[in-house]
Design a protein around this ligand. Structure first.
Ligand code: HEC
Length: 275
């Protein structure tokens, strides 16, 4: 009998065991990259597991193991692909769990495909185009500063990675002038090799109160990811609270907390980069 896909109870059990994220692909992949940052990932070093590696494993097999395509079909997005994309996109842990299901459990994939390979498979399933083309992704699609007090500033670091199969050339980050008080520094050059990443430090230093928003678009000559914008939202807050709040002390306390939260966010961003 050919492998069947009627194991809905097995799949349900797997789902509850691993609680995979079924959110938008960008969000899933952002989570994946943040998770992967537990291993040393410095700017301009290799991203563990590119979609190109995942593509090779999926289409050709590795370490004497059969190609995933031999059962799931060459197109992982096709309805006949037994849910592999919905289940495994950006989710190396879910892929590892799925290998415990018959008939895959007989193949002992985990002996030949390590964490890097599983991340690559997750990247490929999330962005199939990246398997054969240059493809950049931001580590987060939205930078939210919250409230920052006028005269102070907050910085968050975003990583831009090429998970694709070839170098991105002509890379440029376009600042949008609408976000007053937002500046950036970056070590991203015009070329980003396959498996490489670079950093963008986004700083919000409000000179007046009020909300600002904007975005940076990563453009290039050949990036297969064409819908690619980093959104920024932030609010400048007056240094002294307006008298409108009768509980003046409470108002100032809230502002102080907002500043602390923004600073904590900036610390998190930095520590991720340096870990
Ligand atoms: C021998 C055939 C076979 C091979 C080779 C194979 N799979 Fe599968 N895979 C299956 C079948 C059959 C299912 C459905 C099992 C079920 O639903 O009970 C499945 C399910 C999955 C699922 C879960 C999908 C879901 O919706 O539950 C993932 C993830 C997965 N496979 C990943 C892979 C990866 C990655 C590879 C290659 C490294 C691979 N498989 C190779 C047969 C195979």
């Amino acid at each position: 009998m050919t492998p069947n896909r009627t194991g809905s109870t097995r799949r349900a059990a797997l789902s509850s065991a691993t609680a995979p994220s079924f959110g938008p692909a960008h969000a899933a992949l952002a989570g994946l990259l943040l998770g992967a940052a537990a291993a040393p990932v410095l700017a301009q070093t290799a991203v563990p597991g590119t979609a190109a590696q995942g593509y090779a494993i999926y289409q050709n097999g590795t370490g004497g193991k059969p190609a995933c395509a031999s059962c799931h079909g060459p197109d992982p997005t096709a309805p006949a692909a037994m849910g592999i994309q919905a289940y495994g996109a950006g989710n190396p842990a879910a892929i590892l769990d799925a290998w415990g299901m018959p008939p895959m459990n007989a193949l002992n994939f985990s002996s030949a495909i390590d964490f890097t390979g599983r991340v690559g498979l997750g990247n490929y399933l999330a962005f199939p185009a990246a398997g054969t083309a240059p493809f950049s992704i931001f580590s987060m699609s939205q930078v939210t500063f919250g409230s920052v007090i006028v005269g102070q500033n907050s910085t968050q670091t975003v990583t831009l990675s090429n998970i694709g199969a070839a170098a991105i050339t002509g890379l440029a980050l376009q600042p949008l002038p609408s976000a007053a008080g937002v500046t950036e520094t970056t070590d991203c050059g015009a070329t980003l090799a396959s498996g490489a990443s670079c950093s963008i430090n986004v700083t919000f230093a409000p000179s007046t109160s009020g909300a600002v928003s904007g975005g940076y678009v990563a453009s290039s000559n050949n990036d297969a990811n064409t819908a690619h914008t980093l959104f920024i939202s932030a609010t400048g807050t007056a240094a002294s609270a307006p008298a409108a709040s009768s509980g003046g002390g409470g108002g100032i306390g809230w502002l102080g907390l907002a500043g602390l939260l923004a600073a904590a966010g900036a610390r998190r961003g930095r520590s991720r980069q340096s870990e």
